[in-house]
Ligand binder design. Structure first.
Ligand code: ATP
Length: 440
């Protein structure tokens, strides 16, 4: 067996595997699709669930004794929220059209001194600003008072609920509020599969603290968020933390760092960590006329908390995990594709096979026991053992257990490792302990 690892899959390799194995489908495919929107099949759904769980665990452990409460806000927000947050005024991308072929581009992503990459003719419109929020109307009246927007980030619903959360959750400063939920951006050119979508999911934490502690917390969050990616198995050689230059900073930010990943299409942002100052709470306080300050018992003064935010897309991390885990080598003279997902991330933690249909009676109860114990596992009895291994390798299942002819005699099964392809025998009554260790 020769190991010829291809750790640089193309985007096409990943799109094809995702479709073939039922992780991700183009949305509304039978009607020709909807650009920048995707559907997730069974394995994709399991993977996303594991991503969310790993993220939640990591933020809860990031700050010793730090309290983090959870929150779920709505997708729809009235115009007033986006006016106060600055999104109506600032959430723009520059757009140009080719007057010849009508192709549309983000003006900051192409060279306007050169011809259109699509038709080869240079005939551009002047760049103009395009607001990326989806606008809609709430209720039957389409007048100004009914205007609402689909949220372009989850954060704002936390800020406008700050007082509710602070007064009812029994938290003390400093503390965090986390939220996982959908966000929508009418991206001019959605591309690179799950990297730039129009409907996606964000995982955000807003850490509220005093101004004088904010920069130290910002550093702690940067270090902790960076470490998270290694903890779920992403190679450190492919991640880096990049601090934004002053002219790159978003309208609300005084310091920002991105965790970047080296995708096949270059180093790109995976997560943004931003020190937002007191911008958001101040804006909402001024626009709503409601006091969003907290009272400091020590100094007997009221102040508006400062905020450090960490924000990562579930889908962008999903894509990152595919790029990072995709390996090709050879097994029994054939090409083998394996996703080397960390066991915590893998959709299935283990597969259970009877060697032949005859061993079903013995293997099914072992599998059922693992289901009852709460493990995400799968049972497969169709095709040769080699084929079954390949199937599990391609969806990232870390181990496969096989009940064979000797199992009746020695009460042991074969366990085969996805990455090394090594096999060993373990006692049936040690399988659960094995699973526990796998997920440690
Ligand atoms: P980019 O520069 O790539 O457009 P951004 O700076 O606009 O990203 P943020 O506003 O910081 O992104 O959003 C936080 C996180 O949400 C990003 O790091 C990314 O993981 C995710 N995200 C943002 N936009 C999209 C999108 N269109 N599709 C998928 N995920 C996204």
């Amino acid at each position: 067996m020769s190991i010829n690892q291809n750790t640089s899959p193309t985007l096409e390799d990943i799109v094809s595997l995702c479709k073939r194995r039922g992780f991700v489908y183009p949305s509304a495919e039978i009607y020709g699709g909807l650009n920048g929107v995707y559907d997730f099949g069974h394995l994709g759904t399991l993977l996303k669930k594991n991503i969310r769980a790993a993220w939640l665990q990591s933020i809860q452990q990031a700050i010793p004794h730090g309290q983090i409460v959870q929150f779920e806000g709505p997708i729809l927000g009235p115009q007033a929220v986006w006016e106060a947050s600055g999104h109506l005024k600032n959430f723009h991308d520059p757009m140009v059209d080719c007057l010849n072929c009508k192709h549309r581009y983000r003006a900051d992503e192409i060279d306007l001194n050169k011809p259109c990459p699509h038709c080869g003719i240079k005939n551009w419109t002047a760049p103009r600003q395009f607001n990326m929020m989806f606008k809609t109307h709430v209720g039957a009246m389409e007048d100004g008072s009914s205007v609402a927007y689909l949220r372009p980030e989850t954060a704002q619903s936390i800020f406008i609920n700050f007082k509710n959360i602070y007064t009812t959750s029994r938290v003390k400063m400093p503390f965090g509020v986390s939220q996982i939920g959908k966000a929508f951006r009418n991206e001019i050119t959605p591309k690179q599969f799950l990297f730039r979508m129009r409907e996606f999911e964000q995982m955000e934490i807003e850490w509220f603290c005093k101004k004088e502690d904010a920069l130290a917390f910002y550093d702690t969050w940067c270090a902790s968020r960076f470490a998270f990616y290694q903890s779920i198995g992403i190679r450190s050689s492919h991640t880096r933390l990049r601090t934004h230059e002053k002219d790159e900073l978003a309208h609300y930010s005084t310091a920002t760092s991105d965790v970047e990943y080296q995708f096949a299409f270059g180093w790109k942002e995976l997560e943004g960590i931003a020190y937002r100052g007191d911008f958001d709470l101040k804006q909402h306080s001024e626009h709503s006329g409601k006091d969003l300050s907290v009272f400091d018992e020590e100094t007997k003064t009221a102040y508006i908390p400062h905020v450090v935010e960490c924000s990562v897309g579930v889908d962008r991390l999903f894509l990152t995990l595919f790029f990072d885990s995709y390996y090709e080598d050879e097994a029994e003279g054939e090409k083998r594709i394996a996703l080397r997902f960390h066991p915590r991330i893998a959709p299935y933690k283990a597969a259970f096979f009877p060697l032949t249909k005859k061993q079903e009676l013995q293997m099914k109860p072992i599998y059922e026991r693992m289901v009852q114990a709460g493990y995400s596992v799968v049972y497969d009895e169709s095709g040769s053992i080699g084929k079954r291994y390949r199937r599990q390798d391609e969806i990232g299942t870390p181990v496969c257990f096989t009940y064979d002819f000797e199992s009746d005699m020695d009460m042991m099964v074969t366990v085969r490792d996805r990455d090394s392809m090594k096999q060993e025998r373990i006692a049936i009554d040690r399988i659960e302990e094995f699973m526990k260790n796998l997920l440690k």
